[in-house]
Design a protein. Structure first.
Length: 317
């Protein structure tokens, strides 16, 4: 069994960047992956930090980036990168700011050609910026895609990805996508249940050459203060039991850790996000759990493959 711990929101603020790097250093019995946001407060600094990590290990920088970095595609927060998306009133305000989670999901099912073109342009722009920041050569770009507020599994984004795969070099490098389908981790909120249902349909509509990033997704029920060593252990055991006692293959644990803010005014000084989620103490709790010796010991006990092993296998089709 192999566990990927995905630290979402890499680059959102310096606190998320610091936490992602700390989780990387704790990755003895799991593989770390960071999903980079490319229109956020700490984007450039986060990319630079990851490149430093890459230069210190046994892999080439290109191999490190392909294995450990993904794009956290963002259509819900901050400013659009592409002029097409910025001008699209269904996606953005007149100032070019995305309309938030609810605003995006409300438009993602019934879309027209103009909205599809705007989303395809934004996906192309964010992929290109990610590959540029990570120093990827043409044809050697990042392989993994997931999304802020799970925007990547909507029919709109799946259609945009199909469109780009017809000729966009950056899109054609993608080979894995998170599918938060919830077979093991069902989630609690109506939004999570909707995401899981939408993701199950997206699994059947992936472009040729793109496969789910894992056999088992974990993340809905272990967010924030609900992320505990024992909770993850029980989800792992549930997945193995569902697989009739056989190793369940590749797991992905979605996380959102962040370091504690430097002071009480840090939230007000943020150039990007002042939402409660970003600055909740739950973010530091996740960091503490993921970097704890108890978490590493539990993974060893449950048979997780150490990261010194060969590259983790592709999930089963």
């Amino acid at each position: 069994m192999h566990l990927i711990v995905n630290t979402d929101d890499l680059g959102k603020t310096q606190e998320f960047t610091e936490a992602a790097c700390a989780v990387f250093h704790a990755s003895t019995f799991f593989t770390w992956r960071g999903s980079l946001m490319v229109n956020t407060e700490d984007t450039e600094a986060a990319a630079a930090r990851v490149l430093v990590l890459a230069q210190r290990g046994p892999l080439t920088v290109a191999e490190f980036v392909r294995r450990h970095v993904g794009l956290h595609f963002n259509l819900t927060e901050g400013r659009a990168l592409s002029p097409e998306a910025a001008r699209c009133s269904s996606l953005c305000t007149p100032e070019g700011q995305f309309r938030g989670r609810e605003g995006f999901w409300a438009t993602s099912d019934a879309y027209d050609a103009d909205l599809l073109a705007a989303v395809a342009a934004e996906l192309a722009a964010q992929l290109h910026r990610c590959n540029t920041l990570m120093k990827c050569a043409a044809g050697g770009g990042i392989r993994h895609l997931d999304g802020h507020h799970h925007c990547h599994v909507t029919p709109l984004v799946i259609a945009a990805l199909h469109m780009l795969r017809r000729g966009n070099v950056d899109a054609n490098d993608l080979s894995t996508m998170r599918i938060p389908s919830g077979e093991v981790d069902h989630g609690a909120s109506p939004f999570e249940r909707n995401v899981a249902s939408t993701a199950s349909r997206a699994r059947l509509q992936l472009p040729a050459g793109v496969r789910p990033a894992a056999d088992v997704f974990i993340g809905f029920s272990v967010k924030g203060s609900d992320l505990t060593v024992e909770a993850v252990r029980q989800l792992i055991r549930r997945a193995v039991a569902m697989n009739r006692g056989q190793p369940a293959g590749v797991f992905e644990l979605m996380t959102h850790p962040a370091a504690a803010p430097a002071d009480a005014q840090r939230r007000e000084r943020s150039q990007f996000s002042t939402c409660d989620f970003t600055w909740s103490a739950d973010r530091k709790h996740e960091l503490d759990v993921l970097t704890s010796t108890a978490f590493a010991a539990m993974l060893r006990e449950e048979g997780c493959t150490p990261t010194a092993s060969p590259p983790f296998p592709h999930p089963r089709l």
